[in-house]
Each structure stands twice: as structure tokens, then as C-alpha cells.
Design a protein around this ligand. Structure first.
Ligand code: Z5A
Length: 208
């Protein structure tokens, strides 16, 4: 059995990752691929418990380095229990956020050193790298307005400043310039145009 394909979706909040992932899943299924859709932090019962810890707002300080360690702990559990087995069975895995989110949020947003993040990435999932990353890029004000229109309460990230999200977006754009695996898509366009660009990128990079 050939290894499946691993596609990650990235971007600031409200960029449209979950919406686009659903559209992509439907298209891949119509092409008879087995698809496993998942998200980070989370994706397995224990990793989802870590997600809750890291997103909920509380009185205890969670230092940026502690946040990085929690993200990678959840990621290792997710990789071992869900992502690697799915790829080994030949599934296409669609993951809403992965290590680029740590690079952008903890690295760009919070200033954690790239050396620490890269050494953890190497230790945690050296053998599991995305085949393709779709960076849904929107101006911060667009992403935040979309997210605010839909939201109930705010979590630890959603309550961050505009300046924080500008740093996150800037790091994502730097990563896209540096890595051929990452395709930047202008996600401020109408949804149908964004979805068409995503399908085109997948067809071009990962031909059946
Ligand atoms: N995080 C981290 O810090 N480090 C890490 O390593 C990882 C994560 C893995 C998880 O949040 C938080 O964890 C995240 C980063 C941090 N926090 N933030 N910010 P999440 O992934 O659960 O939540 P999110 O990224 O904030 O998701 P979101 O707000 O749901 O965004 P989205 O999935 O990209 O957007 P959406 O739900 O598909 O769309 C939002 C709305 O816009 C919705 O009403 C859509 O109908 C609408 N939409 C979508 N596309 C369009 C277009 N093209 N036009 C108009 N309207 C649109």
C-alpha cells in the first residue's frame, strides 16, 4: 500500500481553514481517496484534552515555552495515534494547523526561538512532514472580523491584540517565501475563488 498524502491548512483565525478543508475533503472523496480530517492542537482524545488546557482562559500564567511544549506534546500523541497510521493505510490526511502554526504563533507571535521550535519538531516528528501546506492568507482585520461574526466566547488566542496577529501573519508569509512546500492563497477573495485556487494547488502539487 502506497503512503497517503499529508496536507496541512494554515493561516490566522478566520482565514477559512475549516470551511476550505470541508470542500477539499468532499472533492478528494469524490475522487475515491480515503480522507482523514483532523486538527491541531487536538485530533485524538488525549490531544483534545491538551487543546482544552492550552486554549482556555484562566488565572495561571502559561509561559510561551510552556505553550510550545504543550503543542508538541499534543502533536506527538496525534502523530502516533492518528496521522502516521492513517498515512500508512494510504489515507489522505487533511490537518487544520500543524507545526507551521507553532512557528507562526509561538515563534512569530510570542517570540520563542526558532532553534527551540526546530529542535522539538525534529525530535517529535522528523519522519512526518506535510507534502503540501495551504496557507490561507488574509489581512488581519478581515480574519478577525470573520471570526468575531461567528464567535461566542474568546479563548486565550482570540483575545490577543491585532499586533500579535500581524506578527503571526508576517511569520507565515516568511515561511511561505522560504519553503516550496507552502502555497500561499489569497483567502480574502470570495469563497468559491479560494476553493478553486486550493483545488488547483492540490492538483498541481499532488497529482493523482
Ligand atoms: N495554535 C498555536 O498557537 N500553535 C500551534 O502550534 C497550533 C495552534 C497547532 C486553535 O484555534 C488555536 O491554537 C489558534 C492558534 C493556536 N488560535 N488562533 N487564533 P483553531 O484552529 O481552533 O481556531 P482558528 O484557527 O482560530 O479557527 P477559525 O477561527 O475557525 O478559523 P478558520 O477555520 O480559518 O475559519 P472558518 O471557520 O473556516 O471561517 C471563519 C468564518 O469566515 C466562517 O463564518 C466562514 O463561513 C467565513 N469564511 C470563510 N472563508 C470565507 C471567504 N472566502 N469569504 C467570506 N467568508 C468566509
Amino acid at each position: 500500500m502506497a503512503r497517503g498524502r499529508f496536507i496541512t491548512l494554515e493561516g490566522i483565525e478566520g482565514a477559512g481553514k475549516s470551511t476550505v478543508a470541508e470542500e477539499l475533503r468532499a472533492r478528494l472523496r469524490a475522487r475515491r481517496h480515503a480522507v482523514c480530517m483532523t486538527r491541531e492542537p487536538g485530533g485524538t482524545p488525549i490531544a483534545e484534552r491538551i487543546r482544552q488546557l492550552v486554549l482556555e482562559r484562566g488565572s495561571e500564567v502559561i509561559a510561551a515555552e510552556a505553550e510550545v511544549l504543550l503543542m508538541f506534546a499534543a502533536r506527538r500523541i496525534h502523530v502516533d495515534n492518528l496521522i502516521r497510521p492513517a498515512l500508512e493505510r494510504g489515507d489522505w490526511v487533511l490537518c487544520d494547523r500543524y507545526t507551521d502554526a507553532t512557528r507562526a504563533y509561538q515563534g512569530g507571535g510570542r517570540g520563542v526561538s526558532a532553534d527551540l521550535i526546530e529542535s522539538l519538531a525534529d525530535a517529535v516528528h522528523a519522519d512526518i512532514q506535510p507534502d503540501l501546506t495551504l496557507l490561507l492568507d488574509v489581512p488581519v482585520e478581515v480574519g478577525l472580523a470573520r471570526a468575531a461574526a461567528r464567535r461566542g466566547t474568546t479563548d486565550r488566542f482570540e483575545s490577543e491584540s491585532v499586533a500579535f496577529f500581524e506578527r503571526v501573519r508576517a511569520r507565515y508569509l516568511e515561511l511561505a517565501r522560504a519553503e516550496a512546500r507552502i502555497v500561499r492563497i489569497d483567502a480574502s477573495q470570495p469563497l468559491a475563488t479560494v476553493v478553486a485556487a486550493v483545488h488547483e494547488a492540490v492538483d498541481a502539487r499532488l497529482p493523482a
